[in-house]
Design a protein around this ligand. Structure first.
Ligand SMILES: *[C@@H]1O[C@H](CO)[C@@H](O)[C@H](O)[C@H]1NC(C)=O
Ligand SMILES: *[C@@H]1O[C@H](CO)[C@@H](O)[C@H](O)[C@H]1NC(C)=O
Ligand SMILES: *[C@@H]1O[C@H](CO)[C@@H](O)[C@H](O)[C@H]1NC(C)=O
Ligand SMILES: *[C@@H]1O[C@H](CO)[C@@H](O)[C@H](O)[C@H]1NC(C)=O
Ligand SMILES: *[C@@H]1O[C@H](CO)[C@@H](O)[C@H](O)[C@H]1NC(C)=O
Ligand SMILES: *[C@@H]1O[C@H](CO)[C@@H](O)[C@H](O)[C@H]1NC(C)=O
Length: 447
């Protein structure tokens, strides 16, 4: 981000303003917030612990840099973080913490198909696009922090159904709370059905809207954000899928917020499977990997960071989760994509039982319809969830060269062990699909 020192000063001032607004609207935890912005009056009864102060360092840093042009508009029109009007303690908020090509669309559908869940597909896409336009996945620490601060704020607002807070990140900026630029709107059933999309359609056409994303966008017209917020409030629960939060610890502030009742499903997948799938999907970014596969020689300028980052983030996050810290009690479930692919119904039941939600027959029907046999759609649609999931989960073994597998294993060794993915030492072992490389492991949530 190219900000001059002047804008940096402006941003710092603006950030104080934002925090101040936040304080005035937060009624439950004023003390720690005062501490966190350093505004607690001296000599008052306020006790700012060391923890609060460390927190402060990060918080101000995160907030102080939302993007040069965005911040001023944000201070004036920032949707206040106010208390929701309904009984929030009954509402469960679900976050699917995933990475690209780990099967997250599939898991998202397990909530999208539930009639009582308001589901959003990748809303943080807009944050990333607005703040880091040219970086797919920034490894720059400062930029990452900025992104995460904004992402957390937005997630909190979205769970409280303040969908208009998303508008400040959408380009072009929506006028009259109406936009046709919401990323993958068609992936959310709630945004394609009444009252948000009230088209005079027959039953059959209506169901087409829900199965074909493009059809939803074509038929429903621009999204009325106010109506979408109403729809969100009308549902009992809300679920958001994201591939833009690297680690569980990045969510700690949200998880510890008692008003949010947030539960996180961390979806993981064998990094060798992720790699193979990304090579197919993101052809430009992973061009050199394809070259390696085609020529059998590793290009000297190959970007190894891509797979490093996946394994590092998974390793840190999963280690945190499996160490069972108190702040994650009852809030964290680890799910291997491979297990879901092999036992979709059973794993979905476990998932719903962890969340304390009643599994709906729509979800079960959807699973039955979409996990056996392949569909003619699957070859054409990049992000489709319609495919033979079980066969798909290990098909990386015929798509990666042995060298690529060995390299990935060397980078990801500790993670593979932690998650129970077997390493292969010989090409014969790699290609022999009659023995699985996924060890039987049970990762139970703890309460
Ligand atoms: C302030 O916090 C410290 C450390 O947690 C504690 O020892 C002290 O008793 C607290 N003081 C007040 C006034 O709460
Ligand atoms: C909200 O719902 C919970 C669980 O049903 C209940 O214990 C609590 O008293 C309710 N709170 C309010 C403010 O209605
Ligand atoms: C927004 O609404 C106002 C009043 O209804 C209208 O005059 C204006 O043209 C609308 N703007 C856009 C961009 O649609
Ligand atoms: C969106 O819906 C609200 C509530 O029904 C309505 O008042 C408003 O005019 C709608 N906005 C647009 C741009 O259609
Ligand atoms: C499952 O497939 C059947 C038959 O094609 C269809 O009628 C039904 O609507 C589908 N259900 C879901 C939830 O996709
Ligand atoms: C493939 O693996 C199975 C089970 O481990 C083994 O019995 C079989 O001999 C292997 N096939 C080849 C061609 O190595």
């Amino acid at each position: 981000m190219q900000c001059s020192w002047k804008s940096v000063v402006l941003l710092a001032l603006a950030s104080i303003a934002i925090q101040y607004t936040a304080i005035r609207t937060f009624s439950t935890k004023p003390l720690s917030l005062l501490c966190s912005v350093g505004l607690a009056p001296m000599g008052s009864n306020v006790n700012c612990s060391l923890k609060d102060l460390t927190h402060l360092g990060q918080q101000t840093h995160e907030h102080s840099d939302r993007g040069c042009d965005d911040i001023l508009s944000h201070t004036s029109s920032s949707p206040a973080l106010s208390l929701p009007s309904y009984n929030a303690s009954r509402r469960t908020h679900i976050l699917i913490l995933a990475t690209t090509r780990s099967g997250s669309s599939f898991v998202g559908q397990l909530f999208n198909q539930h009639p009582e869940v308001f589901y959003l597909f990748e809303p943080l896409y807009h944050v990333q696009l607005a703040l880091l336009p040219r970086l797919a996945q920034s490894r720059n620490l400062a930029e990452r922090r900025v992104m995460l601060g904004a992402a957390r704020d937005l997630l909190r607002s979205l769970y409280h159904c303040h969908l208009n807070s998303l508008e400040s990140y959408i380009r072009p900026r929506p006028a009259n709370h109406s936009t046709d630029k919401l990323f993958r709107r068609g992936a959310s059933q709630s945004l394609c059905s009444p009252p948000v999309c009230d088209t005079p359609l027959g039953r059959e056409e209506q169901s087409l809207l829900l199965t074909d994303e493009g059809e939803c966008v074509r038929r429903c017209g621009p999204l009325n954000v106010s109506l979408a917020a109403d729809a969100c409030r009308a549902k009992r629960h809300a679920a958001i899928k994201t591939v833009r939060i690297p680690q569980i610890s990045d969510l700690r502030a949200l998880i510890e917020d008692p008003r949010l009742n947030l539960k996180v499903v961390q979806l993981v997948r064998d990094p060798r499977g992720i790699l193979a799938s990304r090579i197919e999907t993101f052809r430009d970014t992973y061009r050199l990997w394809r070259l390696w596969r085609a020529t059998g020689r590793r290009p000297h300028n190959l970007d190894l960071g891509q797979i490093n980052t996946v394994c590092e983030d998974f390793l840190k996050s999963v280690s945190t989760g499996l160490s069972r810290p108190a702040w994650l009690r009852g809030k964290y479930m680890l799910l291997r994509y491979e297990d879901l692919a092999r036992f979709p119904l059973q794993k979905t039941k476990e998932l719903y039982s962890f969340l304390g939600l009643v599994l709906d027959h729509n979800v079960e029907d959807w699973i039955i319809n979409n996990t056996r046999g392949s569909s003619d759609l699957s070859s054409r649609q990049k992000f489709t969830t319609v495919r033979d999931s079980a066969a798909n989960a290990e098909n990386w073994r015929v798509k990666l060269s042995f060298d690529m597998v060995v390299y990935t294993q060397s980078v990801c060794q500790p993670l593979l062990e932690l998650l129970g993915y077997k390493t292969v030492l010989h090409p014969r072992e790699l290609r022999n699909l009659s023995h699985s490389l996924v060890e039987d492991r049970t990762f139970l949530p703890y309460f």
